[in-house]
Every structure is written in structure tokens, then in C-alpha cells.
Design a protein. Sequence first.
Length: 280
Amino acid sequence: MKTIALFPKVKQPDAKKLAEQVITFLKEKKIHVVVEDDKAEVLNQPPLSSANPGEIKYLITMGGDGSILRVAHMYHYLDAAILGINLGHLGFMADVQIADIIPCLEDLVNQKFSIQKRIMIEGTSPSGETFFAMNDCVLHRARNPSLVEMAIYVDDLYLNTFEADGVILATPNGSTAYSLAAGGPILSPEIEAFVLTPICPHTISNRPIVLTPNQEIQIEYVSENEPIEVVSDGLSRFELQTGETIKLRRSPKTFKLVNLTRIDFFSTLRTKLGWSGKLR
């Protein structure tokens, strides 16, 4: 293990103290630690920009699932696996709880973990620009006061025209986010699939559909209304005009998460969704 990059929270005293504990532990294990540039001075540590990108093997985020997505988008070029320490609500990705920080770091240092390579979405905008999503790509009505129509094609075959507030294409990783709230199914992270979920469709028979990741999805905005918005992971966005199409497919890149043996997806699912496991 060479270098670990830390992405801490430092505005709250408790969060800063936790970051200092993480740094102290890793340094005691002879691991070089760098910190996100705008927080490095606060913690008196070398900034991430000072490190050789090829030397950085793991990224540790402190926050929630949103922190992981932000770091994954900004630092995808590092090709490093991410370990998320949760400082707020229970997360599906940031699943290391505060009480378990040291045992989990011990597992990381002692190589008691696996790397989960989760599929990503790669999209092409009408202008030809490429964009990515780890969780989901959302098309929503934006400034339009009423429902909008989007024609869906799968490998150039017409599927349906959704009249809805929008539509979501989610990865298994994103199936527990916006897609779940919109009525989509939960996909196990190990499954390689996409789920296409309409948002508040006008017709109740318009249901979510699970697609293989080898299929390309084209979504055309057909309503003659105001532009709609395309949003990737809630972070990057652009407008789609009437008659324009975006193309979505599986990315050749993967989104890598550190999977510790002491944590499993189903226990997180039970806790997050409040499942009791009781029949009555």
C-alpha cells in the first residue's frame, strides 16, 4: 500500500477530530497520507495535488454517499478504489460507521477486503460531449409546468413514449437512490443491468423496465415545450431541446468501491429501509 488520499469534513470540530484520528492511525502504519487540496492546510498535511497520481491506491471519503459521488466524479482519473466513512445518515456506499472506523482501517491496511467494480453509465449529449454517471442519469421537466414526452429507443428499436415528469436510467448502484423513490426495483450491486424508471407517469401502466447493460438507450425529447434538464448523479447538468436525443450506454470504466468483509449490502438494506424481518 503506497498512498491514501483523504477527503475529510473539517468545518465541524468533531468531524475534524475524526479526520485527525484517521490520519494518525494511517501514519502509524507507515502509510503516506495526502488530503484534498482545500482542506490540507487545516489538517497540516500534504495536499493531494503534491502526490503522484499513480501512487494513490485508495480514496477515503468522510461524509455520505453524496461525498463519494462527488469525489468519484472529480477524481475519476486516479483510478483508485473508494472507502466511505459515514458521518450522517446510513449510506449504501458510505457504510463505515464512526464506531467502526479503526477496525475497518485495520482491515484496509491488512488487505482484508475486496474491490467491487460497479458498472457506470456513459452518455453522449446532442453536441457530442461525453458524460458519466455512477448512480443515475435523470431527465426531468425542469421549468415545464406540466408533463413532458420522451420517446425511448433501445438499440434503435422503439420502446415507448413516456408522458411523465421525467425518466431515470439507473445503475444497480443507483437503484437505491432516486429510482427507488420513483418506484423502481432494488438491484443487487453485483448485477450488471440498468433500470429505466419513469417519474410520475401519466399512465399507470408505464412501469420500470430492467435492461441489459450491453444495450444502448436513446431518449428523444419530443414535447414542443421548454427545454428539459439532463442531470448526472445530481452533479453535472445540461439542457435538452425539443427534437434532441441523448444516448446512454455502459461505460468501459468502472466505479470501484472497497468492500470490507464486516459489512454486507443486505444488512445495510434492512437498516436503511427499516425492515424488521418479522412476519407480524
